[in-house]
Design a protein around this ligand. Structure first.
Ligand code: 4AD
Ligand code: MG
Length: 463
């Protein structure tokens, strides 16, 4: 007999097929002469209905052991289902209970739990419908991202996690220290010399792989990174994590227009792939989490994004008939309420805002002719705000040096980055997509802590 995943059985299974399924019990319903259990193995939202007949060996003993949460292995034969809700079901011939789950203490009972409660049992929440759907969609997004870039001939490059540079210049870094704790009892950790740095210089967890991606783009033309990044910003919001994943393509011989075109095609591709491969999960989000999820996906796939300059955005916000909490004025950064107004009230779709004031953007962005703005582009999404931040990079050595110094940074710390402008410099551009914000946008999940398996936020890093 063959072991099969439940998603595949629900799709292709035919009556009379003998097979084995392995998974966790979601529900049990006992009738007089038989019982139904729903088994889920994580491969799909729906589980497989399994029928246990009284004539099974040890029927009563087994039934007692099978409660919500128990791990089971069932060998049986597929039969057409007479009940509503499923095409086929598995008639059990043999049931093995690998691990029981005591109904008195197992926290995931049949009732609906709040996401706040489920965050307190992060090690178990993936066994619920909502988190099952989120992490399947997250996986499909990751697959589609690689597919998109690989099919276009981009090289996936692996940039360091530990770095000596602050790419964004925002000072939101986690410092890396090395502690030699050999032979030091835990209670005496205080006596360790923290100042002796392993790398003989201060190092940090990376906030972005961009600078190193630029190095690689200057050899391979088109590259992308996809990895974890870290920010010590103390923003306890529903859109910030201290550890999040970022996707950062970098293209040589590319300007801001090419950058925007790629970003838009990229988002369309990922949405299309997820709609094609996870239709049940997307339907679930639409029904249970946010009833605009499917319409949003269709909108992304079928309509062009709006493109406006920062200066136009400020003008539109100044004209808006809305009382904003934060001030709007040329030179100030857009707050998430402003970003959301543009997408949700004004254009009803994603908006690409370009050419922000130089003084509010990072040193590496290309200075425009007017020397007031830079060739930046942010993609703002309804309900989320900024989902992508990107720019054409400053490829002119003299201008870049000026910008670095103007921001109070030291040229010698970036000597290798400046070398890229000394030797074979070229117009180039790239962007960073916040992977969790994409998953949030796609699924309609309200809190970013609920789209990453193990969220790290201020004062919270369990496991
Ligand atoms: O706009 P950011 O800071 O841009 C960069 O880091 C550039 N170096 C990217 C590049 O051009 N290669 O960050 C990029 C994106 C944001 O648009 C946002 O979606 C996400 O990363 N992001 C966060 N996501 C979750 N939690 C946080 N604390 C985030 N900070 C940024
Ligand atoms: Mg940004």
């Amino acid at each position: 007999m063959v072991n099969r995943r439940i998603a595949e059985i629900l799709r292709n299974g035919q009556p009379d097929e003998s097979l084995i399924v392995q998974g966790w019990v979601r529900t049990k319903r006992e009738l007089k002469e038989f019982a139904f259990i729903e088994v889920n193995d994580g491969s799909s939202l729906a589980g497989l209905q399994v029928v246990l007949n009284q004539d099974l060996p040890d029927y009563d003993k087994i039934l007692k052991k099978i409660n919500t949460g128990a791990a089971v292995e069932v060998a049986g034969i597929l039969v057409p289902s007479v009940g509503k809700g499923q095409r086929i079901e598995l008639k059990a011939k043999e049931v093995k209970v690998h691990g029981e789950a005591d109904p008195e203490t197992y926290p995931l009972q049949k009732k609906r739990h709040s996401f706040e409660f489920l965050r307190t049992i992060g090690h178990l929440r993936s066994r619920t419908n909502s988190f099952g759907a989120v992490f399947r969609v997250r996986n499909a997004c990751a697959y589609a991202i690689h597919q998109f870039f690989q099919e276009k001939g981009f090289l996936w490059v692996h940039t360091p996690i530990i770095t000596a540079s602050d790419c964004e210049g925002a000072g939101e870094l986690f410092r890396v220290t090395s502690l030699d704790l050999t032979n030091v009892p835990r209670t005496e950790n205080k006596s360790v010399d923290y100042s002796k740095d392993f790398f003989a210089r201060p190092t940090y967890l990376t906030v972005s792989g961009q600078l190193e991606a630029e190095v690689m783009a200057m050899a391979f033309s088109n590259v992308y990174t996809f990895g974890p990044t870290f920010r010590a910003e103390n923003s306890n919001t529903s859109r910030h994590l201290a550890e999040f994943w970022m996707v950062e393509p970098e293209m040589a011989f590319c300007d801001i227009e090419g950058d925007m075109d790629l970003a838009e095609a990229f988002l369309k591709h990922v949405f299309k792939h997820v709609m094609e491969t996870c239709p049940e999960d997307m339907e679930f989000f639409n029904q249970r989490i946010d009833n605009t999820v499917l319409a949003t996906a269709e909108n992304i796939i079928n309509n062009e994004f709006e493109r406006i300059t920062y200066t136009q955005a400020i003008a539109a916000l100044e004209k808006a008939d809305v009382q904003f909490e934060y001030p709007v004025s040329w030179g100030l950064d857009l707050q998430s309420e402003h970003e959301r107004y543009l997408c949700e009230q004004l254009f009803h779709k994603p908006v690409i805002v370009t050419h922000y004031p130089a003084q509010i953007k990072a040193f590496y962005m290309r200075l425009d002719e007017d020397e007031k703005t830079v060739a930046a582009m942010d993609i703002l999404a309804p309900k989320i705000g900024e989902i992508i931040g990107g720019s054409q990079r400053e490829e002119r050595l003299d201008v870049l040096e000026r910008r670095i110094q103007a921001q109070g940074m030291k040229l010698e710390d970036l000597w290798w980055y400046l070398d890229l402008r000394r030797y074979g410099t070229v117009p180039h551009a790239g962007f960073g997509l916040g992977f969790e914000r994409l998953v949030q946008f796609m699924t309609g999940m309200g809190n970013i802590r609920d789209v990453i398996p193990f969220p790290r936020t201020p004062e919270s890093a369990e496991f």
